[in-house]
Design a binder for this molecule. Sequence first.
Ligand code: FAD
Length: 453
Amino acid sequence: VSSQRIVVVGADATGMSAASRAKRRAPEIQVEAYDLGRYVSYGACGIPYAVSGEVGRVEDLVVISPDRFREERGIEVFTRHLVERIVPAEKKILVRDLAAGRVKERAYDKLVFSTGAEPITPKGIDPGLEEVFFIRNLEDAQRLKSFLAERKPGRAVIVGAGYIGLEMAESLAKAGLRVQVTVRGERVLSSAEEEISSALAGELKRQGVELVTGAVPKATERPARGGVRLELMDGRELTADLLLVGAGVRPRSELAEEAGLKLGVKGAVAVDRLQRTSDPDIFSGGDCAEAYHRLLGRNTYVPLALGANRQGRVIGDNLVGGKSEFPGILATTVTKVFDLTAARTGLSLREAREEGLEAVKVVTKAPSRASYYPGSSPITTCLIAEKGTGRPLGAQMVGLDGVAKRIDIWGTALSAGLSLEEIGDLDLAYAPPYSPVWDPVLVTAGVALKKIS
Ligand SMILES: Cc1cc2nc3c(=O)[nH]c(=O)nc-3n(C[C@H](O)[C@H](O)[C@H](O)COP(=O)(O)OP(=O)(O)OC[C@H]3O[C@@H](n4cnc5c(N)ncnc54)[C@H](O)[C@@H]3O)c2cc1C
């Protein structure tokens, strides 16, 4: 281990977690990390709040600077360095210093492939137009903020209503724009249960955001009087001052593929539970790689921040001779859309059925606090459970209050493999400002038990 050099390709959540953990475990090793961007270790998740103005500056989202990595952790970080090739046969990378324009070779003993994901560009949208925005990193956020400050746009069209599309709808509305959100089908957050989607659609409407359904992009163009026009397949046209694309992401795995690494689910880098790729000296994790799902018992693709950080730590252990196994994800998420919070953990009804499980959905509505206490409002829960056994498989929730607290109870229960009886018996905290005596989690477990048995 002592004279080893670890090279990290992509220096954000996964890569820097791996680098930091490895260096802590074995301070004598040499670790260097390359990133094509100006920033490393940034919180992309905070971008919607930096654009809306709730977080002061985009740069405030940087968690640790390259200098601090060097001084405090002994990790060399090279920003504006694009890794162009990985040559596993010679255990080297070719990396372009974007400022100097030079390509250099670096040898590695072990490599971390952590390039993240990239936004999908839907057919018909020209990503080269000045008024078209994608949100992936801090540079994207800065470009958008400068555009807002300089051009003072009045109207935005958002293509796609996944988490990023919805959070950016709120963000741009708070920044003072009139916002339209387009979806291909009928629903926002179409991966969620219908009850969740319709609550979110109601909230958008209440907040003055227009939802345009059945909207399949055909073309984008710049009208003579400025702005951007989105033409839809059915002939409708939407015009705005800016168009933001939130149509999902795909793993950025081309370099890995060119290097001969095996790809898996959705073209993500295939990994085992130790986060090893098909090359014994290359590890991968985060948004460019598959993730092991606890309930499915196999790999899937769910690009989220905590999973990326956790996988990074597993990689860090294993880079220096450890045998850490990634325990798995449950795809637990929480998102704020104006005043509503939507959250989920585990499988949806569709996912459970696709897995061949005989699953049912139980929907409950229960107050977030004692009904007499100010601020109490209903939480809708969709519980997915296996028919017959009653095994809980997933939970989704939406409400104005107390959703984030409850989804973590469901996530914990799913992790621990608790039965509905055991969940119904949990000794949860109660005081009127925080919950009713019978918390919505306990209510849902009870209702589900009755319905399923
Ligand atoms: C707007 C937004 C909001 C989000 N909100 C949430 C949230 O609320 N909760 C949540 O769980 N997740 C959220 N996410 C997702 C979360 O940011 C990611 O899951 C997480 O950043 C993944 O970390 P990663 O290290 O795998 O990839 P990334 O963070 O994407 O980092 C990969 C890095 O690799 C670099 N890179 C790529 N290719 C090369 C190359 N060839 N050479 C050099 N460098 C390269 C990139 O520049 C990038 O810095 C959000 C994402 C966005 C964009």
